[in-house]
Write a protein of this length. Structure first.
Length: 478
């Protein structure tokens, strides 16, 4: 039985409230991933740490969040939905208080990692809630809402943090996030219902350790390849791959796997997963390099640099549900590859405008580039998950949510790494500071142009395979 056939209809009013809470979870989790990025300078000053140390507030956050995503499947089916959701958000609230009151950088990092555990659990829990309550004809719309919140979260965090830092210390950011968690907890208490099919799954500790070592090794290796020792990065990457291979072998041999890997045997799911990740990589990469470049090379204030992202962000939030609804009606055969194409073309124009064009023109070119991600992320995610049956869907959500964290880490690390490495190389060869930074920015733009072109190829392959399968299924039996 397919996922579409197994969803139980519920009252429109109740479903609307539940979807709103799930969307708030998606926003909260991704918002916090980049909320402290603009505050790195004052944090470095307050605690006397350097860039390589302070960046662990983001890198460590993403790594820990990725580690705990697989655990979400176990707890989602073991505990009542509302109590679980409120407890996970409370964990993020506790981390905010620890961070806001931190006397040392180490305590701040501990609070940040406590928040990350909540993020790793909250993202797949929210997606599972949407799958549980959405009728098939509205799944694309609801996933579009979730995708819009996923895009809005990290982007709006940069804008809001820039505004808050202009009127107060960095600790204000932690208190603001604490207030947001309280609002979401209250909304969940009032609106959320228990929607999961409860069982008694158990956590396989060895599987958790293997996937934790695997994800940390791979993501740490990628994040350090430009900034640290190449040998250390390569070693971590290889160790991570070995751990992930052992994890995959173990999942096939135990009765209750931490992640059922059957979704990865479904070609449509894999292609949809990779398309989703490429869309998210684009968003995270641009969110980190655009503010860096505009501040360092164009002399923009943190607020101005953040506002350059704002129009595209707001329009993407509006477009997300529209793109999802269009997918429900017409599918994504045209819209997903077209979205990737628009992303590639207009981000290339952003690169061309980066040198001397007014920042307003720069921002105008970026609007259609980020707006096009609404036609990629949510629809591709829906394409992937609707290829699975009911039993596999929660494990599919876990894989997709893990992909979210991996895409965020890769987008941030690769874009910032390429930007810094190329700028440093140009600087060492005698180029001016502005020309060096422009070269670095062009390198980051080239990265997302390339990943968007790969996305076009994957989209064409995905819908060609889907068409062939439908044609085969419609052939009469002799």
């Amino acid at each position: 039985m397919s996922l579409a056939q197994s969803v139980r209809p519920r009252s429109t009013e109740r479903v609307g409230g539940i979807i709103a809470v799930a969307a708030a979870a998606a926003f909260l989790a991704t918002f916090n991933e980049t909320f402290l990025n603009v505050a790195f300078s004052p944090i470095m000053s307050d605690f006397g740490v350097d860039v390589s140390t302070v960046q662990w507030l983001t890198t460590g956050y993403l790594l820990v969040a990725a580690m705990f995503v697989p655990v979400a499947t176990v707890v989602y089916h073991r505990y009542p939905t509302r109590a679980l959701f409120v407890s996970v958000v409370a964990l993020m609230a506790a981390g905010s208080v620890v961070g806001a009151l931190a006397p040392t950088f180490e305590v701040l990092l501990a609070g940040r990692l406590l928040q990350a555990i909540g993020t790793g659990l909250l993202t797949p829990i929210g997606m599972n809630i949407v799958l549980a309550v959405s009728p098939r004809e509205r799944l694309g719309l609801n996933m579009g809402i979730m995708a819009a919140m996923t895009t809005l979260g990290p982007s709006l965090a940069i804008v809001l943090s820039g505004a808050l830092l202009s009127i107060g210390p960095w600790t204000m950011l932690m208190w603001v996030f604490f207030a947001l968690t309280v609002v979401v907890m209250l909304a969940a208490t009032l609106l959320l219902r228990n929607v999961a099919d409860l069982r008694r799954p158990t956590l396989d500790v060895l599987s958790f350790l293997l996937v934790a070592v695997g994800l940390v090794g791979v993501l740490y290796g990628v994040s350090e390849v430009f900034a640290g020792s190449a040998l250390l990065a390569a070693t971590a990457f290889v160790v991570g791959l070995i751990a992930l291979a052992l994890f995959a072998v173990r999942q096939r041999r135990i009765a209750n796997p931490l992640i059922d890997l059957r979704p990865l045997a479904e070609k449509k799911f894999v292609l949809g997963l990779f398309m989703t990740m490429l869309g998210l990589l684009f968003v995270f990469a641009m969110n980190v390099v655009i503010p860096l470049f505009l501040q360092a090379a164009r002399g923009a204030s943190p607020m101005t640099a953040s506002l350059a992202l704002a129009p595209g962000i707001l329009l993407t939030v509006v477009m997300g549900p529209i793109a999802g609804r269009r997918f429900d009606i017409r599918g994504g055969k045209v819209s997903i590859p077209l979205g990737f194409c628009v992303m590639a073309v207009f981000v290339a124009l952003v690169g061309l405008a980066a040198g001397s064009a007014p920042i307003t023109v720069f921002a105008l070119f970026y609007i259609p580039a980020v707006l096009a991600t609404a036609f990629v992320i949510g629809p591709a995610q829906t394409f992937a998950l609707t290829s699975l049956d009911r039993d596999s869907s929660t494990h599919g959500v876990t894989v997709v949510a893990t992909g979210f964290q991996i895409a965020g880490c890769l987008g941030t690390s690769l874009a910032a790494g390429i930007y810094g490495a190329l700028a440093g190389s140009e600087r060492n060869s005698g180029a001016t500071e502005v020309d060096s930074l422009l070269t670095g920015f062009h390198g980051a733009v080239a990265l997302v142009v390339m990943t968007s072109l790969i996305g076009i190829a994957l989209a064409v392959l995905a819908f060609r395979s889907s068409s062939k399968r439908i044609g085969h299924e419609l052939q009469p039996v002799a």
